[in-house]
Ligand binder design. Structure first.
Ligand SMILES: [Zn+2]
Ligand SMILES: [Zn+2]
Length: 258
């Protein structure tokens, strides 16, 4: 007799997430201050200046060698995934004629992202997990280019709202592609950070779109940006797969608890 692993199809639908049940981290106080962690170093110093871009109720602190960002994950823009009674509700008004609302609704989360203060480049990219791989400057998690294990986003894209996000089954709203709310005034803007501590920018640089072919395997490159006049390794969103990140984190990743 051969044992076979049967995965219910329903369990795969709208997954985007390795775990179906988030667990409370137990390390974050109601004020959002991280009180314990895997790093035993003394908490001191301030986060690098560019982390000041993070808003919408996020907290940014330093613990040991890590920048720690807490977030409730609620987008600061409207969405059809907010309940119709929410002031943040907005009917879908995007341009995708195949848009279809998924069955989930946005719910507040308890998220803690830990990024190395000083990113360290890896020789070979480290694969990204399903679920959060980074955080946008409005506290919304960034996910990778897959809907499930090595499943392309093809069908899921039709459930992205007018700001390119959608919630998974626990109500965790997230972006797999360019967060258009954050690039509405400049498509060269800083939009977030991945867990390895390298920043993510919109699809343009110096007035032109950055093509995926101009980026490395992790979907990044080193260049001068507005926040880093000396140059920095960074990712770009692109209109084609892998959209934000390629074959993994370019640097040693930190952690996320949810
Ligand atoms: Zn998703
Ligand atoms: Zn660039």
């Amino acid at each position: 007799m051969t044992a076979r692993l049967l995965i219910p199809v329903a369990a795969l639908a709208w997954a985007c997430s390795a775990t179906s049940t988030p667990t409370a981290s137990g390390t974050t106080s109601p004020s959002g201050t991280t009180t314990t962690g895997t790093t035993t170093g003394t908490t001191s110093g301030t986060a690098p200046a560019w982390y000041a871009a993070f808003g919408n109720g996020t907290t940014v602190t330093v613990s040991g060698n890590f920048v720690v960002i807490t977030s409730n994950g609620l987008p600061d823009h409207k969405s059809p995934y907010y309940g119709t009674t929410s002031p943040q509700y907005e009917k879908y008004n995007g341009s995708n004629p195949s848009f279809q609302l998924n069955p989930n609704s946005i719910r507040a989360q308890t998220l803690t992202f830990r990024m190395p203060i000083t990113p360290t480049k890896l020789g070979t990219p480290s694969p990204t997990p399903l679920g959060p791989i980074g955080v946008a400057i409005n506290g919304v998690p960034i996910f990778n280019q897959y809907a499930g294990p090595n499943q392309p986003l093809t069908g899921e894209i039709n459930s992205f709202d007018q700001y390119n996000g959608h919630p998974q089954q626990t109500g965790q709203y997230h972006y797999h592609v360019e967060p258009t709310w954050l690039t509405r005034t400049s498509r060269e803007a800083l939009v977030g950070v991945l867990l390895d501590g390298y920043p993510v920018y919109g699809p343009m640089e110096n007035g032109v779109f950055v093509s995926s072919s101009a980026l490395d395997a992790a979907h990044g490159h080193t260049a001068v940006t507005r926040e880093f006049p000396q140059g920095i390794y960074h990712y770009h969103t692109t209109g084609d797969a892998p959209y934000i990140n390629g074959s993994g984190f370019a640097g040693t990743p930190g952690t996320v608890s949810q």
